[in-house]
Design a protein around this ligand. Structure first.
Ligand SMILES: [Zn+2]
Length: 149
């Protein structure tokens, strides 16, 4: 859907630093373009879906194993204390194209923010700092290799 950021990143109407990391039958994995920490990946349906309950059976069947796989790869690449898996998709209080935020959280990151959990994500959004493009590109390449993509 044109004008939807998630869709526009897929079609190339909006540039995606690091490029697509993985495309499965129904889902796409990419590095976030938002002000979250390096290595935070987005997992979103190829189809423009704005409510989780609107996923069809094949999409729903694929997402559990895929989120586990993405989390495992981030655990391997980033050696985090935890990998957060969150889905808000409520931009400005309006439902948008659903996208899981899969974020590796290291002790170093927690110490630099001074918090964890939802507060860590809020603090990162408040700070508004996007990781450097070259670091995103390097991480995306490592992730593609890890996925065998
Ligand atoms: Zn969309």
């Amino acid at each position: 859907m044109e004008g939807c950021l998630a869709c526009d990143l897929v079609t190339g109407r909006v540039e995606l630093p690091g490029g697509q990391i993985l495309a499965t039958e129904h889902w796409i994995v990419e590095h976030t373009i938002g002000p979250l920490s390096l290595g935070t990946l987005i997992v979103k349906p190829k189809r423009h879906v704005v409510h989780f309950w609107e996923l069809d059976e094949p999409e729903a069947t694929e997402i559990g194993p895929l989120l586990r796989r993405v989390s495992a790869i981030l655990a391997d690449l980033a050696q985090p204390e935890q990998v957060y898996v969150a889905l808000w998709s409520h931009a400005g209080g309006v439902p948008v194209h659903i996208h899981f935020v899969v974020q590796p959280v290291t002790r170093t990151l927690m110490d630099s923010i001074g918090d964890y959990g939802p507060h860590l994500q809020v603090a990162l959004f408040d700070a508004g700092v996007t990781p450097p493009r070259d670091e995103i590109e390097r991480f995306a390449e490592r992730a593609r290799t890890a996925f065998g993509a």
